[in-house]
Write a protein that binds this ligand. Structure first.
Ligand code: SIN
Length: 283
């Protein structure tokens, strides 16, 4: 493999597909640099035709830092860093099926996600991504000035509270198992606008799944402002779409993207393995 990656862009906003790369083995220094440059440029890299053992998956993820062990969604017995995301045929998907940024309710939210599609539906089950950098760029200067100093509260409650989402996953009665813990109700504050630690670029950092409210605003003000920001930041021209194939690995940067797993493949199974990387405190 040469140091020049074979890249096909997925949209005008973000995302790229790469073929001809074997991620199960260590990359040469040149390829690794080209790969990381592409990652910071495109935000989502979708690498086809991979065959990863769990060990190789974790080793690949370590390119970006230390893997999280999720406090609620239970990792595999053998590899606690890996969440096995199974959607059986005949059931509705529920994991990640609305716009969100992975684990923004952590004190140190996940910076990067490495998702390996082992068995994907013949059609459907795509994942959408949106650039929160482009969303920030779209805003007017007066609104940017208003948003810059603000902070928002993030919480897992809406997505994980068994009182509203059902307790089957907590009873071990679902394909994904959850662990009941205080982490479901904890609240953390992050800036509404963050700066990427590597590229120095700014992006909006709020998402409909985990951002509860903006600090210091009344409830109607906060709800109205968040609704407008969620709307602006998921416009089609800010997005790309990954169509999965068996053996696709998609790696994305949660620090400047949101994503959405589309629940449109009821008749089919989908089996993915997910590792996320512990990020830095957003600033
Ligand atoms: C996730 O939200 O991390 C999962 C995305 C997917 O299954 O496509």
């Amino acid at each position: 493999m040469s140091d020049d990656l074979q890249i096909r862009e997925l949209s005008g906003a973000l995302g790229a597909e790469i073929r001809g790369l074997d991620l199960s083995r260590p990359l040469s220094e040149g390829t690794r640099k080209a790969f990381l440059d592409a990652f910071h440029r495109y935000g989502v890299l979708c690498i086809r035709d991979q065959k990863l053992t769990h060990e190789a998956h974790i080793a690949l993820a370590r390119t970006f830092g230390d893997p999280d062990v999720h406090p609620i969604a239970k990792g595999m017995e053998s590899h606690p860093e890996i969440i096995r995301v199974l959607k059986p045929a005949g059931e509705r998907a529920f994991f990640g099926t609305s716009w969100h940024t992975d684990n923004s309710f952590f004190e140190r939210p996940s910076s990067v996600t490495v998702l390996y599609g082992e068995k994907v539906p013949p059609v459907g089950g795509d994942t959408l991504y949106a650039s929160m950098e482009r969303a920030w760029e779209l805003l007017s200067e007066p609104l940017k000035r208003f948003l810059e100093p603000l902070r928002a509260v993030h919480s897992a409650r809406e997505a994980y509270d068994p009182k509203t989402t059902g307790d089957a996953k907590y009873r071990g009665d679902a394909p994904i198992q959850y662990v009941f813990s205080d982490a479901i109700y904890a609240e953390v504050e992050h800036p509404v606008v963050r700066t990427h630690p590597v590229t120095g670029r700014k992006s909006l950092y709020v998402n409909p799944m985990f951002t509860d409210r903006i600090v210091g605003l009344s409830k109607p003000e906060s709800d109205g402002l968040l609704a407008m920001l969620f709307d602006v930041s998921t416009r089609p021209e800010l997005t790309c779409r990954v169509r999965w194939e068996n053996g696709t690995v998609t790696i994305w940067d949660n620090r400047w993207l949101q994503h959405y797993a589309i629940d449109d493949y009821a008749d089919h199974e989908r089996l993915m393995y997910r590792v996320t990387i512990t990020g830095e405190r957003p600033v």
